[in-house]
Design a protein around this ligand. Sequence first.
Ligand SMILES: *[C@@H]1O[C@H](CO)[C@@H](O)[C@H](O)[C@H]1NC(C)=O
Ligand SMILES: *[C@@H]1O[C@H](CO)[C@@H](O)[C@H](O)[C@H]1NC(C)=O
Ligand SMILES: *[C@@H]1O[C@H](CO)[C@@H](O)[C@H](O)[C@H]1NC(C)=O
Ligand SMILES: *[C@@H]1O[C@H](CO)[C@@H](O)[C@H](O)[C@H]1NC(C)=O
Ligand SMILES: *[C@@H]1O[C@H](CO)[C@@H](O)[C@H](O)[C@H]1NC(C)=O
Ligand SMILES: *[C@@H]1O[C@H](CO)[C@@H](O)[C@H](O)[C@H]1NC(C)=O
Length: 382
Amino acid sequence: MRVYPAMKSFILSSLLLLPLATAKSVLEVRDGQTATPITFPAAPTDTGIKQVPDVDHPFIAPGPDDQRGPCPGMNTLANHGFIPRNGIATFEEITLAQVEAFNLDINFGAFLVAANMLMRGNPFVNKISIGGVSPLVPPLPYGIGSNVTGGLAKHGGFEGDGSITRADVHIGDNVNFQNILYDHDLLFLGKFGDDGPEGNNTVLNLATITAIKQYNIQSNQLADPEFHFTPTRLVAAFNEISFLLNLFANGTTNQASLSTLGSFLRNQTFPPNWNRAPAPVLSKITSTANQVRTAVASNIPLFAGHNDENGNFVPDAPPPAPFNSSITCAFYYDLFAQMPAGLANTTGVFKENVDLLSSLVFAVVGNPGCDVQLAPFGPADN
Ligand SMILES: *[C@@H]1O[C@H](CO)[C@@H](O)[C@H](O)[C@H]1NC(C)=O
Ligand SMILES: *[C@@H]1O[C@H](CO)[C@@H](O)[C@H](O)[C@H]1NC(C)=O
Ligand SMILES: *[C@@H]1O[C@H](CO)[C@@H](O)[C@H](O)[C@H]1NC(C)=O
Ligand SMILES: *[C@@H]1O[C@H](CO)[C@@H](O)[C@H](O)[C@H]1NC(C)=O
Ligand SMILES: *[C@@H]1O[C@H](CO)[C@@H](O)[C@H](O)[C@H]1NC(C)=O
Ligand SMILES: *[C@@H]1O[C@H](CO)[C@@H](O)[C@H](O)[C@H]1NC(C)=O
């Protein structure tokens, strides 16, 4: 029998712990991995405006082995060491970093990390990659997931079509910043943006993000034969773009200016003299997202759908009742459809972790109308 290093440490710690151990404190080891309990971290007590980053979080460009991915906010947190600079982090680390650096509401932030951990991470060891596959995030134990753990860069989940800075996966690079897409974003800023200290038409507003989002969806639907705007993207694409207005804006002026956008999106670093939002951000995200979605939907066909073989954008089959009652419920259903079903059939710490993360998603997304709580029910590889 091969003795894995983790098994050795299991044997060792079992011996050391034995006199004190209760049944529960014995380490759970499986496939060379040690179960790591996930906890909901205490919210910081300072919830006001402050300059970010502090001296303890300087920008350091990522090294060749550091994971970076499709989310500029995550990449920025890693480039400043708010989460580990290698881009591999725990639920608690990402949840707290989002609060500390962006003043994101802790429950909303926890929901984002929880959903991603269940779809794209390893909730047995409590690790997720903000980029691609990493040896530091092993595949799920018990053979219940894919043979590699994808990370945020894996297509599907939140990563999907119609992004403002990344190409659709079937026609380009879905992970790294794309100049051509950002150039188009700035054309719309130059046309619709508000006037500000950096010049006329340099401040992001609803009209600009509506135009950008409409352009991304329309042009990708035409260019990508496999374009798929999933129920998850129908919500996430609009939440993401509302982050620019509500989380990336300078907290002092409430303005996301040309240089601030360039700093976060292109350079993936905090702008100089930038302040986080003056209070925890929650309702502004969903209200902006809803406004922009409604505005785009009044101009182009917009629903959860995909291109058929003739390139026509057609609706996906709706989810079963009650999850067909709203786009939020369809989103909730779609998230759990992308989590390996084996996660729902676990025991011990693994089960406690999956249950905690599932309940955090339900708390934020399972609004009235879809008040049936789901467990992961998707394919092993998705
Ligand atoms: C995972 O499985 C795929 C096929 O399903 C295979 O191509 C790939 O080499 C496997 N990767 C590893 C790390 O085992
Ligand atoms: C901004 O617009 C105003 C009014 O249209 C104009 O008077 C002003 O010259 C413009 N400023 C710049 C820097 O272009
Ligand atoms: C991005 O980084 C480059 C290189 O350091 C710098 O010249 C440029 O001003 C930065 N852009 C923004 C918008 O911060
Ligand atoms: C944020 O606003 C303050 C107050 O106007 C200003 O001093 C600072 O330069 C601004 N920072 C950025 C990145 O715009
Ligand atoms: C949801 O599906 C059920 C069962 O097919 C159907 O009766 C109901 O009308 C649907 N609701 C909506 C809002 O489409
Ligand atoms: C649940 O897990 C057990 C033990 O790993 C396995 O034997 C069983 O087949 C699983 N059941 C389902 C429904 O996946």
